[in-house]
Each structure stands twice: as structure tokens, then as C-alpha cells.
Design a protein around this ligand. Sequence first.
Ligand SMILES: [Zn+2]
Length: 199
Amino acid sequence: MEKRTNVQGGGVLDDPKLYKYLLPGMRIVLDEMVSDPSPLEKGTQGTITGRDDIGDCHMEWDNGSELKLLENDRYHIVTTQEELEKSFEHLRKKQEKDYNICPRCGKTFDVRRGAVSRRINKLNIMICDLCGQQEAIEDFILNSKKYDTDVNIFVPAGNNQTGYKTKEKSEQNGKQKIDVKIKPISDWHIVKVWRGVET
Ligand SMILES: [Zn+2]
């Protein structure tokens, strides 16, 4: 996978030269477009689609515009909960068409055979079926009042992606003891891409 510059930590977000760190896939919120006589509205979101020979950012704005984002425009990377939700709304629309990468784990999947995430409320964001199983297990753990450190539940074969660590296998019943770490949305593959966090 392409290595991404971490613009989250190290104060790079406040770097006046932030423009040079922008990469395809990142989500931009426009503060003020000064580079075009018919500027897009403040708050418009868009995705960087590429950089050309002279370093300009090519964009796919959510309203369909393809105006470039230039260095002297004012903008920031999706940050707040509200901005993230707007980005997820846009993702949902993309999932109805061509986008088939699981936003949680980053693997390609058949959107029609995926699961609706329980994490992005009411937006019907699709995730792959393994991630769907993981969310179901996370909820089971969250709702289990007896949960201390180890939980003895059955883990479906192959479901050992990030977030789950097999601690030991119980000899008695053939089930696995697992240590569950709930995966926050900020840790989702797509949020890391949107924010330019190294993956
Ligand atoms: Zn997934």
C-alpha cells in the first residue's frame, strides 16, 4: 500500500505548506476559494483525485464540480464529527454506484453481499461481511455485563482481522478465548485515507 504522509500528528496540519502534503483520496472542506471567479461555497466537500505535473490538486467536489484546488485557496481536511458524517453520506452515494472498498478494513468486497455497519448511525454504510461479523461480536461484548477481561465466545473461521487477538484456545469446549478491542471509527481505513494518516 502507498505510504501516506501523516498530516494528523506533528503539527503538519497547521503547516502553511500543507498543500504539498495533500494526496489523492483525502477529503477537503473548502473555507474559501479564491482561485476561481465563480468559487464554490464555503463548506463544500470534495475528494482529491490526483496531482498534475505542476502540483495542482485535481478534485471531485461532492456537488459534481471538478474545479482544481489551488495553493492559495483556503481549505482544511475533514475534521469534525459533522464533517465526517457529511463525508460518510457522500460515501454512501458512491457505494450505490462504483465504490467497493470496505471502509472499515480497506479490502474490496461485493457491496450487495456486505453488511450494514452498526457504527455509522442511520446512514446505511456498507462494510464487508467479516467486518459486519466483527461489529456484531463487538456489540455482543459491549452488551455483556459479565465481561471482565476474557470472553469465551465462538469466533467464525477466518475472522481474525485487526482488532481481534486470539489469546488461548480452551481445550474443554474447542472455543477460543479472545481479547476484544473495539475498533473506533477514527481507525477505519477510509477515515485514515481521508485524513491522510499513515496506513
Ligand atoms: Zn471489511
